[in-house]
Design a protein around this ligand. Structure first.
Ligand SMILES: NC(=O)c1ccc[n+]([C@@H]2O[C@H](COP(=O)([O-])OP(=O)(O)OC[C@H]3O[C@@H](n4cnc5c(N)ncnc54)[C@H](O)[C@@H]3O)[C@@H](O)[C@H]2O)c1
Length: 254
């Protein structure tokens, strides 16, 4: 139960109590970790602050990746307060709706670059900023989806973006592994969140997941959180670089 006691982690991507990052934050805390939590902006803060309080977050910091310097400020504050960091959760994705809801063939350069910047490059940057705070090792997590490797109807432009994220995970794992820093992409089955609401026909995706997954049920944010938190523990010390599915087995079925 206390496998993360004495460990400190940064959790990004909580928008509300449906967020995957919230499921992770609860599980990290239940295992004894101390947390720093970010919120997008003042509008989001009213939703995130009560949740941060529920997990006794030691730090609550603004993070809008579109604001130059804000990501660096988060890590500077953590360095000043804690000196070191044991894990980082990146649970952030964004794509302009017009591009996300059209064909990949038609997506705009700006839309594609924005989606890559916010949903993928920011994870690479977080790894860069976390590295000096993890002299004794640590774990980095990002959130991906099956649409990275298979063509999932309506997932569109996020498919190539998540493929890049999973590939970045492997390169970061190879580069940072010698320092004891492990890197994982988590690939949950579909979950009804705010980010998911931008995907057309999302309900159909949920029905299909429930029908096809060997477990015959949808995953919830606690399923994702508990498995992710376990990967941050020493029990998972020889695991790195994978994309780990938490999808009831959906990805093994034709
Ligand atoms: N919901 C699903 O079905 C599903 C499945 C697999 C993977 N994922 C991934 O899980 C992650 C979390 O998404 P979620 O489903 O919990 O939705 P969510 O809407 O709860 O979380 C998305 C988060 O991204 C943040 N964000 C967006 N733009 C940002 C910016 N410019 N700067 C900082 N933060 C920004 C939002 O504030 C929000 O907290 C995403 O990477 C998503 O692609 C979701």
């Amino acid at each position: 139960m206390n496998a993360l006691a004495g460990k400190r982690g940064l959790v990004t991507g909580i928008a509300n109590d449906n967020s995957i990052a919230w499921g992770c934050a609860k599980a990290f805390r239940a295992m004894g970790a101390e947390l720093a939590v970010t919120y997008l902006n003042d509008k989001a803060r009213v939703h995130v602050e009560p949740l941060a309080r529920q997990v006794d977050a030691a730090l609550l910091l603004p993070l809008d990746l579109n604001q130059p310097g804000q990501l660096e400020a988060v890590f500077e504050r953590i360095a000043a307060e804690w000196g070191e960091l044991d894990f980082v959760l990146h649970a952030i994705a964004y794509a302009p709706l017009a591009d996300l809801q059209g064909r990949v063939t038609d997506c705009s350069r700006q839309g594609f670059l924005t989606a890559m910047d916010i949903s993928c490059w920011s994870f690479i940057r977080m790894a860069h900023l976390a590295e000096p705070l993890m002299p004794g090792g640590g774990t980095l997590f990002c959130m991906s989806y099956y649409g990275s490797e298979m063509v999932v109807e309506n997932y569109n432009m996020m498919g190539p973006v998540k493929a890049a994220l999973e590939s970045a995970t492997r390169y970061l794992a190879a580069e940072l592994g010698p320092q004891g820093i492990r890197v994982h992409a988590i690939s949950p089955g579909p979950l009804k969140t705010r980010a998911a609401s931008g995907i057309s026909g999302f309900e159909q995706l949920l029905y299909k997941a429930q029908d096809k997954a060997p477990i015959r049920s949808l995953v919830d944010i606690d399923d994702v959180g508990e498995a992710t938190a376990w990967l941050a523990t020493d029990a998972a010390r020889r695991m790195t670089g994978q994309t780990l599915y938490i999808d009831g087995g959906y990805h093994i079925i034709d």
